[in-house]
Design a protein around this ligand. Sequence first.
Ligand code: PLP
Length: 410
Amino acid sequence: MNWDRKGFATRAIHAGSEPDPSTGAVVTPIYQVSTYKQDGVGGLRNGLGTGYEYSRSGNPTRTALEECLAALEAPSASGGGPAGARAFAFASGLAAEDTVLRSLLAPGDHLVVPDDAYGGTYRLVARVAGPWGVEHTPAHLSDLDAVRAAVRPGRTRVVWVETPTNPLLGVADIAALAGIAHEAGALLVVDNTFATPYLQNPLALGADVVVHSTTKYCGGHSDVVGGALVVRDDAVAPWTDGVGQVGPGVAERIGFHQNAMGAVAGPFDAWLVQRGLKTLAVRMERHCDNAERVVEFLLGHPRVRQVLYPGLPEHPGHDVAQKQMRRFGGMISFRVVGGEEDALNVCKRTEVFTLGESLGGVESLVEHPGRMTHASVAGSALEVPADLVRLSVGLEDADDLIADLKTALA
Ligand code: PLP
């Protein structure tokens, strides 16, 4: 079946999980196995050349997830042109990020990173890739001139985008940034964790690689840590130096590094993420409905100084978000009138919103980015305001979420 021509929810449920030909099982089993019987030394594994040999290189449960992710992000499936996509599943979002950085960058290369992004991404770029000789420049991605100024012709290999950003919900114009990156001979990598493929398809807008922390909305139930890279299958790294003589195809490079570095998703984790994807469309609709109700409540509250949500017409990225997103997502940040102390009190007082890191699960979470998810960027260009509270709005009844925030802000 060519799932490419089907709607999003149909692809999410069926792509990669055709019923098992030998048992009829409608869900791909968890292939908890490390190695596979081979037909002969160096021969084909199942006589067809489609078998497996070792589960770091490939595992059927992981393949099912990878096929599903590719079907959800492929430009050809979302009206963004004829290109397809290939997906690769990892043990965490940061493992996926590390793999794409090492697949595309070598010592002496440069990348542009957002000046507002998940703190762990910045820590990886600045404190892990940096000491290995990869340089970076933080830039405000909604300012296209600032991005043009940050690019170093001939040295910049990657422009890294997160949109909407974590935690300030900034919005970047993916199509415009793809143009700037490609003109400079660089590739555009987009972290699509907040939006998910249901709300936004970066590859269809010209990006080369999509990154996911599948820990978040893709998994959706706060029970798995995982990551993914999805690559336009026609994406090419236009430079030939550096990385391990793998060739210019970006998918080829990432496939090589996934196996060579080995931070792959295990079978049970892959199975949990794929189970989550099957309900992504309905969950995202409800996340968005609930977030809109919570935003409306926060806007009218006297102790709230500013609400950051791309769905608000006054949000500086609203027009771009409207152009490139289906809806505006389940993440909200807000700044309180009473400074850090008030922000910490809100986090302490909620009962339905659980105080915790992470996001994108069925349960609502509250956190203080300055002291929690973004503590690692204190003192850097990515430091976040101390009066900021971040909400991951879950799937509970919106009235209960609003009543909880009302009490916490009182
Ligand atoms: N990207 C974003 C936007 C995130 O919020 C996170 C984690 O919070 C990551 C990447 C890293 O993912 P993981 O925690 O699965 O390694």
